[in-house]
Each structure stands twice: as structure tokens, then as C-alpha cells.
Design a protein around this ligand. Structure first.
Ligand code: ATP
Ligand code: MG
Length: 605
């Protein structure tokens, strides 16, 4: 097993620069919103142009006001345009109308941006979640919850909403810029060269700091992931935190993370914060030059006052789209980084998957382990040449030292992991040949600490068989010895159990889990330390429930308390990943130097 194949990276991946690859991956999501995106872009064009129109209209108006001319005449490249004073008087009203149109377009544009962005992001999140539920047990072993969560919290939004937003802003700013530069040129090309030149100098710092932003945002992601893990652990492990008085150290850990985040934010501000003032400063120099030079142009009659007013207005309006365009590249880079992170998760290939032409598992017979070796970590074998044949409807107990590999043996049957070599067979066929869903449908698990989902007891039981009838539910509740307990609850089976079933006792949780397994009614049952968290009294009642579950099935039972496995048909003793003894209780207990005899006497001496 190669760990790195399922390991998410903490930071940006090199993929963030494979634009073609990423866009190709993104394309299905873009296609789903394509028509509205095109409308959006088409709307952004007039929206961008309108600023220029407003600036442009200032020229005839100002000239009209300043000179009191009845009719305005301007020539442009040989064409003569004459504006009647009648129209000129209407310019203020026209500006209001334009603002109205602009407002309407803006509204439509924003609406479409939100719609397309969210639609894309949702689709991405749903697919990402599907990917998550399809991942192997191993994926969850090697990736922290914080790291996984970080792929959901902001990346899908950044990869899609931000992308749409950036494209829209880009189009808008380009046309805003074009229109305004057009107005500048129209008014005075000499001044325009100065104005645009200064603007170009002003935005260069924006493009220079991109690398720095990237580095800091990388580090921020790592800290944010650690923080999420800390949150999860504090919630999930709150009892341990309380029991071991770990509050101080948890607080300290969190404070350190907050501080690290603060430092990163500040270092970004330090690096980026000077940009805006500098841009303003450079621009102010430009405007000073323009005003000076413009003054002389007006005096020499080369330019009218209206034309100058229109020019300066355009130049001021030009600042925003220029700055935005400067940031577009940074933003776009950000969305590509997010895309790379999203598709990194998408591209992970679960190791455990169906073979082509997989078989449907039905009529489960015996389970055979043949020369099974297995390791979680490379070159650290956990099972070594493990052989065991379990007959149909046999109850086999696995005992042995802690860490000896008992849980590992049973985890291999439903393919939580795959063997390294050898094979596990059901009905004489390798489990890897079976359709995974049918394989897992044939197996019920009861663990020491069973996970209950937030919701009602009934919902938790129904997870074993979603379409169960009321009669089946009642039967499972009865066999799991839950009926008496449910009778004491005002809401009965519809009682909400809270996250992880926190509001139930260990024995109650265990019996809910048994009811879930009972209703699933699968031919193979695996009990991994199912009673070891309970006191004697609850163990007795849970044991009764388990006895019901074990009837007429092939059962693997793991228990440290050897009293609970007395009734097993056979007992397999594992030591350090090897099967050392196999036989009935009576056979094993009579072996003079037997391992089982030793374990048994240890417990009952
Ligand atoms: N997810 C995992 N990743 C890496 N190593 C693991 C993983 N799960 C178990 N191991 C290792 O594999 C070995 C066997 O573990 P296993 O859980 O099968 O033991 P066990 O016999 O069930 O022990 P116990 O009686 O304490 O439950 C142990 O050394 C353990 O550290
Ligand atoms: Mg175990």
C-alpha cells in the first residue's frame, strides 16, 4: 500500500498551474450554467460602457454651461456633429435615466452571478461529497478531519463562484476601461497618453505582490486545517478533555493557532497594505500633471473647459477598473488554486472498488482465509500467513493479545481494507470478485463503540434496512431487548439521540446498534468487543440481545472477556498476527502449555 496515493496535501499543489487541465475538469460544471453565464457576460458589456457615456456627456454639457453656446459643434476625424441646446439641456435627465438603466443591469448581472456561481458551487460540493463517501477507510485513517473539511468550507465556492465573479468583473472592467480610454482619447490624445501611462505605472505593484500573497495563503490554509481538526477533536473528545483536565492545553493549542493566523494575516497586510496608498500617490501625481498640462491646453485653445472636465472625470473613473484588472490575475490564480485542491480530492482513486463484471453475493456459505498477509504501514506486517476456514452458521471467536490483529481480520471481510497477499473467500470465491454493495449487505457489524447518527432511535435502527415494515422494527426492538427501555421514554422510538447518540447509555446505544444489525438480517455477523464497554448487568442484557442476533448466522466474535465466548463453536487464538491455536473451548483448555489456557487462567485465576 502506498500511503501518498490517498493522502491529501496540506497546501497548494503543483496542479494549480496546470490551467488547461483544471479548466477541462471544470468544464462540465461551467457547461451546466453556460447559457446564463453568456447572458451575464453580455450584460456586463453595456454595464461597463455606461460609465464612459456619463463621463462623455459631461463635455457638451459643461461647454454649454461655461460658454452658453446655443449649439455645440464638435469635429472628430473629419465628422462634424452638432448637438442642439435642446438635447444638451436634457443631459442631466439623461444621466438619471442612464443611472437607472445601469442599476437595472447591475441587478440582473448580480442576480445571474449569484445564480450561476451558486449553482456551480453546489454541484461541485455535491459531487465532492459523493467522492468523500466513496473513499476507503484508509483515506480517513491518513487524512485529518480538518484537512478534509477544508476542501469543503471554501474551495468549492472559490473555484466556482469566484471564477464567475472574476470573469464578470474582468469583462466589466475591460469595457469600462475601453469606454473611458475612448473618452480620454476623444478629449485629448496628448493628455490621454499621460493619464494612461501613469495609470499603468500605478498598477504594476499589484502584479508584483502576487507571489507573496500565494505563499501566505498557503500557510493560512495549513493553519485553518489544524484549527478545524482542533475543533473536531475538542467536540468529539470532550469527555477525555474534561477527564484529563486538558482544557488548558486545548485552549493553549487554539490560542497558538489563532495567533499564527493573526501573524499570517498581518504579514499579508504588511506586504499588501502599502499598495493602495502607493497607487493613489502615483495617480495623484498623474492628475497633477494632467491638470497642469490641461490648463495650458485650455489656454492655448486646444481644449475646451467641457472637454477637460470630461477628461478628468474619465481619468478618475478609470482608477477603479484599472485596479480591478490588476487584481484579476491574483483572483484568478486563487480560483485555480482552489480548483486544484478540489480536483485533487476528485482525482484520488479509492483502492477498494468493484471489479468489472463483479458477482452478486447471495446464499452466503463458509468464509475462508487463505494465506492472508496484511499491513497498514509498509513493511510492518500485521497478519502473517493467516489461515482459517469458517463453516456456514458457525460461531468463531477470535482471541489473543491486544494489537494482535483480531479487528484487522474481521475488517478485511467487508473489504474495509484489501489483503496484501493471499485471499479471503466466501463460498470459495475471493471477496474482491463480489459486488461491494452485495458483499457489505451480507455483513452486520457491532462494535464496542457504535456510532449513532443524530436523529431518532427509529431512524438509527432503519439504517440497517431503510424499507423495513413496522412489524420488522417491532421485532428487532424486541429481540434487541430495547422495548422496555423505549417504553420509559415519552417519545419512545422517536426519541432524538443527539450527535453520536450522546444521550443514551453505553448499553442502550449498544442495543440500538444490535437492533440495527438485527433488522439488516445479514448472514454474517461480526461482533468486535461488543460487550466490553459494559458493566455486568448491562452485559447480561446486551448478551441476550446478541444471542438473538447470532442465531443461524456465521458469526465472528472478538472479546477480551473470555466468559463471553464460551459458547462459540470454535476459538481461534491470534498472537502477533499469526494463528497459533484453533479448537473448541474444551480442546484448547486441555492443552498443557496452550496460549488459550494461559489467557483463560490469567482471567480466572
Ligand atoms: N488504521 C490503522 N493504521 C495503522 N495501523 C493500524 C491501524 N489499525 C490497526 N493498526 C495496527 O495493526 C495492529 C493490529 O491491530 P488490531 O486492531 O487488529 O488489533 P486487535 O487484535 O484488534 O487489538 P485489540 O484487542 O486491542 O482490539 C496493531 O499493531 C495496530 O497498531
Ligand atoms: Mg480490536
Amino acid at each position: 500500500m502506498e500511503d501518498s496515493l490517498l493522502k491529501l496535501k496540506n497546501t497548494n499543489t503543483k496542479d494549480a498551474f496546470r490551467y488547461g487541465y483544471l479548466l477541462n475538469k471544470m468544464f462540465p460544471y461551467i457547461r451546466a450554467v453556460l447559457s446564463r453565464s453568456i447572458i451575464l457576460i453580455l450584460l456586463a458589456i453595456p454595464l461597463g460602457l455606461l460609465d464612459g457615456v456619463v463621463a462623455f456627456s459631461l463635455r457638451p454639457y459643461m461647454d454649454y454651461v461655461v460658454n452658453g453656446n446655443e449649439a455645440q459643434v464638435f469635429t472628430f476625424q473629419g465628422y462634424t456633429i452638432q448637438l442642439q441646446s435642446f438635447f444638451i439641456k436634457f443631459i442631466p435627465f439623461a444621466i438619471v435615466v442612464f443611472a437607472l438603466i445601469q442599476g437595472l443591469l447591475k441587478y440582473l448581472c448580480n442576480y445571474l452571478t449569484e445564480w450561476t456561481g451558486n449553482t456551480m458551487s453546489n454541484k461541485l460540493k455535491i459531487d465532492l461529497f459523493k467522492k468523500l463517501t466513496a473513499m476507503d477507510t484508509k483515506f480517513y485513517d491518513i487524512n485529518s478531519s480538518g484537512l478534509i473539511l477544508s476542501r469543503f468550507l471554501s474551495d468549492p465556492d472559490q473555484a466556482s463562484k469566484k471564477l464567475i465573479e472574476t470573469i464578470k468583473t474582468f469583462i466589466l472592467s475591460i469595457f469600462e476601461l475601453l469606454a473611458l480610454v475612448g473618452v480620454l482619447l476623444f478629449n485629448s490624445w496628448k493628455l490621454a497618453i499621460i493619464g494612461v501611462g501613469v495609470m499603468a505605472i500605478a498598477i504594476t505593484p499589484v502584479t508584483l505582490i502576487r507571489k507573496k500573497i500565494k505563499k501566505v495563503s498557503n500557510e493560512t490554509m495549513v493553519v485553518a486545517g489544524d484549527m478545524t481538526t482542533n475543533f473536531n477533536e475538542t467536540c468529539a473528545g470532550n469527555k477525555i478533555v474534561t477527564a484529563y483536565n486538558l482544557q488548558e492545553s486545548q485552549n493553549h493549542k487554539f490560542e497558538k493557532q489563532v495567533k499564527a493566523q493573526f501573524n499570517l494575516a498581518m504579514s499579508l497586510t504588511k506586504r499588501v497594505g502599502w499598495m493602495s496608498p502607493i497607487m493613489y500617490f502615483i495617480c495623484s501625481i498623474g492628475i497633477a500633471i494632467v491638470m497642469n498640462y490641461g490648463n495650458s491646453l485650455i489656454l492655448s485653445g486646444e481644449m475646451t473647459a467641457g472637454s477637460f472636465a470630461s477628461f478628468v472625470t474619465s481619468l478618475l473613473l478609470l482608477y477603479k477598473p484599472t485596479k480591478t484588472l490588476g487584481l484579476t490575475l491574483t483572483n484568478l490564480q486563487g480560483t485555480f488554486v482552489s480548483m486544484a485542491r478540489v480536483f485533487e480530492l476528485f482525482d484520488l482513486i479509492p483502492e477498494i472498488k468493484n471489479k468489472p463484471n463483479s458477482l452478486e453475493l447471495k446464499n452466503v456459505g463458509g468464509v475462508d482465509f487463505s494465506h492472508v498477509t496484511f499491513e497498514y504501514v509498509k513493511d510492518l506486517p500485521v497478519l502473517k500467513d493467516f489461515n482459517l476456514s469458517v463453516k456456514p452458521n458457525e460461531t468463531i471467536a477470535l482471541v489473543g493479545n491486544s494489537g494482535g490483529g483480531k479487528s484487522t481480520v474481521v475488517n478485511l471481510i467487508p473489504r474495509f481494507y484489501d489483503v496484501k497477499s493471499g485471499s479471503i473467500m466466501i463460498n470459495g470465491i475471493d471477496v474482491r470478485e463480489y459486488d461491494i454493495v452485495s458483499l457489505r449487505n451480507s455483513i452486520s457489524f457491532v462494535f464496542q463503540d457504535n456510532y449513532l447518527f443524530s436523529g431518532t432511535i427509529k431512524e438509527n435502527i432503519l439504517m440497517g434496512k431503510p424499507n423495513a415494515t413496522e412489524a420488522e422494527i417491532a421485532k428487532a426492538v424486541e429481540l434487541a431487548h430495547l422495548d422496555e427501555f423505549l417504553g420509559t421514554l415519552p417519545e419512545g422510538i422517536d426519541t432524538v439521540v443527539g450527535e453520536r447518540g450522546a444521550s443514551l447509555s453505553g448499553g442502550q446505544r449498544q442495543r440500538v446498534a444490535i437492533a440495527r444489525a438485527l433488522i439488516k438480517n445479514s448472514p454474517i455477523v461480526i461482533l468486535d468487543e461488543a460487550t466490553s464497554a459494559l458493566d455486568n448487568e448491562s452485559e447480561a442484557i446486551v448478551q441476550k440481545a446478541l444471542d438473538n442476533l447470532m442465531q443461524n448466522r456465521t458469526v465472528f466474535v472478538i472479546a477480551h472477556r473470555l466468559s463471553t465466548i464460551h459458547n462459540a463453536d470454535r476459538i481461534a487464538v491470534l498472537n502477533e498476527g499469526e494463528l497459533v491455536e484453533l479448537g473448541t473451548h474444551d480442546e484448547l483448555i486441555s492443552k498443557p502449555d496452550g496460549r488459550y489456557k494461559y489467557l483463560y487462567e490469567m482471567q480466572f485465576a
